[in-house]
Design a protein around this ligand. Sequence first.
Ligand code: NAD
Ligand code: UDP
Length: 320
Amino acid sequence: MYRRKRILVTGGAGFLGSHLCHRLVDDGAYVLCVDNFFTGAHENVASLVGRPNFELIRHDITFPLYVEVDEIYNFACPASPVHYQWDAVQTVKASVLGAINMLGLAKRTKARILQASTSEVYGNPTVHPQPESYFGSVNPIGPRACYDEGKRCAETLFFDYHRQHETKIRVARIFNTYGPNMSPDDGRVVSNFIVQALNGEPLTIYGDGNQSRSFCYVDDLIEGCIRLMNGPDDLIGPVNIGNPCESTVRELAEMTIALTGSRSVMVKRPLPTDDPIQRCPDISVARAQLDWEPGVRLEDGLQKTIDYFRGVLMSHSRPG
Ligand code: NAD
Ligand code: UDP
């Protein structure tokens, strides 16, 4: 008998998780979206509620979860520095206890499980661009460590479950991604700059603005993750998923001002501790093994994101 694939998405009401849920529901899977709504928003998945192949469950993955599934995308963890540093201990728990619980679930159900890891495992890199073989340069006791080391430990757990229990793992190292469904108060650079520009407020440049990031549009990222999940059995990763087109923070601010037509100026703010100086993925593995590379240019992705935030800010300003 035909049965839909049952896919669990943890962190499914967040920015990336909600895009993943929409894509998987549209593709015909039965999607269980699990979220504790720490940084996620019900609105991100509201249009899926009521669809016959979508289920929304409020749950914190630092506690065990008993469901029957075929695949797990483990995306639950705050990702913005402002949010993950707000309760650092809970961030470590979300990564480490969350990984243990979800790997335990994968072991019992024999599900394939994909971990949303991060370019932060490379810390402040001394190799540029960063290939998966680079072990990273992370300060284990700084304010970013709860996230960086939490994610590194989660990777360790994934590979140990694979070696010890033959759990079917995939590890995606995600680089800075942006797009609709980011929260206006997310605190990451793209949403901050767009909201500031649309509100006519100064754009806050941390440090001198010469630090770099490589920004990937969300649709490209989701496609990369789905290809990795469905790739050959032996392609367990880690695989870098990101856009190798690098920009400085100042260039991003200038582009945002130009695209919004804003009169905002830029103001300098102190550079946060351990803020990486440069970051750019080497995506040779994803190109060769997944036949994947990003297709959306920064200007085009930013324009779509600006249009989204215009709508959000307008609905916030409407009375009632
Ligand atoms: P986000 O903050 O928008 O989403 C995270 C979601 O996880 C939220 O809905 C939040 O409520 C939920 N959550 C947090 N702790 C939870 C817990 N204990 N139990 C259940 N749900 C919990 O962030 P995002 O940008 O969508 O990131 C999603 C994942 O991708 C994260 O694991 C993040 O580390 C990873 N990632 C994202 C980026 C990026 O640029 N967006 C880059 C690298 C890695
Ligand atoms: N940044 C900035 N202004 C802001 C927010 C962030 O200049 O309002 C900088 C931040 O210092 C970092 C880069 O933008 O160098 C990316 O920050 P973000 O928080 O988006 O992600 P990170 O890659 O640091 O996790």
